[in-house]
Design a protein around this ligand. Structure first.
Ligand SMILES: [Zn+2]
Length: 284
């Protein structure tokens, strides 16, 4: 377990954390009400809670029912792709809940060596194809995780969009690339394809030259910001347990990279999140 952050995080009103695993992670079991309060105190107006399997998907929906600021994403993560037989029908039922605002977190993760138990590439491919179809059928966007699968991810998603088109309408994206791992060139291709690029806290790391180049290059209308709590904690809290409030640090860092006001980053990324997930957010 990582050490919680005790400092008060300076607020940045109107932000949305576009991807977290806060209430569904055991790392917050002891203090999640306090972490929730810290998120609202930091000025957040929405947090996307992303499921990784059927059990966490049910929790995401319960949370969304209790608090309109929590946006539920329902799906089977590539790390659990070998559980499709057990989880598929439950996820399909939960995905039909009108509070399901995205199918996620889904994707391809080829980062593990053969020594670690991990779903095969075929299992992962089957799980993502099923869930891409589910998203189109239910007319919700997708939240995508790709790791060491740039080429395979692009091949899968570009073929899908070619087949289904901009099924949420010409003015709405069809998905987000959570914790975008690629370079500027790949980011530009995903923007063209109809995806938003989500920038995580790792952009603040001194050695994150590629992430910083992406955060500088893409238009604000194509950007989301996220924590991926409890992981990927931004500077100055690197190494501690991440939490939604920290998205304010990431947004401020992006503003400094781009030479614009942090409020501008907050306004644009939250408008993008509202459009993608089809939600109305309180204005800051
Ligand atoms: Zn995640």
């Amino acid at each position: 377990m990582r050490e919680p952050i005790e400092d008060t995080i300076a607020p940045l009103p109107g932000l949305v954390d576009a991807h977290s695993h806060t209430w569904t992670s055991p790392e917050f079991d002891a203090d999640y009400p306090r972490v929730t309060e810290r998120a609202w105190a930091a000025g957040l107006v929405g947090v996307v809670e992303a499921a990784t399997d059927a059990a966490s998907a049910a929790v995401c929906l319960e949370l969304a029912r209790e608090d309109a600021r929590i946006i539920a994403a329902v799906g089977l993560h590539p790390e659990h792709a070998d559980r499709m037989a057990e989880d598929r029908s439950a996820i399909e039922a939960l995905a039909r809940d009108p509070l399901t605002r995205a199918i996620g977190e889904i994707g391809l993760d080829f980062s593990r060596g053969a020594d670690v138990p991990w779903p095969t590439r075929t299992e992962q491919q089957t799980a993502i194809e099923w869930q891409l179809e589910l998203a189109r059928e239910l007319r919700v966007p997708v939240a995508i995780h790709t790791r060491e699968a740039d080429a395979e991810g692009w091949a899968t998603l570009s073929a899908w969009v070619k087949r289904v088109g901009r099924y949420l309408g010409p003015d709405r994206e069809v998905g987000m690339m959570h914790c975008f791992p690629g370079d500027e060139e790949l980011a530009a291709r995903y923007l063209d394809l109809g995806f938003l690029i989500s920038v995580p806290g790792t952009v603040t790391f001194a050695n994150s030259k590629r992430g910083q180049a992406v955060a500088r290059a893409i238009p604000l209308e194509g950007m989301l910001v996220e924590t991926d709590s409890p992981y990927l904690t931004p500077v100055p809290y690197r190494g501690r347990r991440n939490e939604p409030a920290c998205v304010a640090e990431t947004a401020r860092f992006i503003a400094s990279l781009r030479g614009c006001a942090a409020e501008e980053v907050a306004r644009a990324t939250s408008a993008n999140a509202a459009r993608l997930f089809g939600v109305t957010l309180p204005t800051a």
